[in-house]
Design a protein around this ligand. Sequence first.
Ligand SMILES: [Zn+2]
Length: 190
Amino acid sequence: MTSRISRLVVAFVATAGATLGVTVANPSPASAAMTICYNTSQAGSFGGVANQAASIWNNATSNLTLSANCGNNLRIYSITGGGSYAVRTSLGNGRVYIDTQQAAQYSPLRIMSHEIGHILGLPDNYNGNCSLLMSGGSAGTSCTNPYPSTAEANRVTNLFAGTRVSGEDARSTGSQVFPDSWPAVLAPIG
Ligand SMILES: [Zn+2]
């Protein structure tokens, strides 16, 4: 009996020691934040919305800082007609176009945050779920949610941390045009 208890105590101490050793030996690595400079000089009336969307992404991610007018990683344009869309040239770089007509139907902030999401590596996911930012216009005009889900935000953080491993994530960093489907809403027949 005594020897059995002794063995249990030894096992417990060894386990505690191993746990302590892991904690000390592998501290979380420090990661430097990446700055993405966006330019709103051609954003027309959407400059304020761009600043709001930048704050949303800064708060949702742990290693990104979107900063206004310090450079041209991301240029934001106001256009009229044709739909909003994004052109990503590489991860964190590109252009976003916000359609004034579309922004009169859908939440301008949701559109802006969604299009910036493409620049940050996210694909479309048109499943009608308003809790997802990348469901875009499929969630309808009543959906005004401008926030990425935890999964969407974490995916961006991982992309910029360089921890992507899957083929899909590898493609997320490349050049791509996202001609967004934010379907037009017909005026009610009256
Ligand atoms: Zn989209």
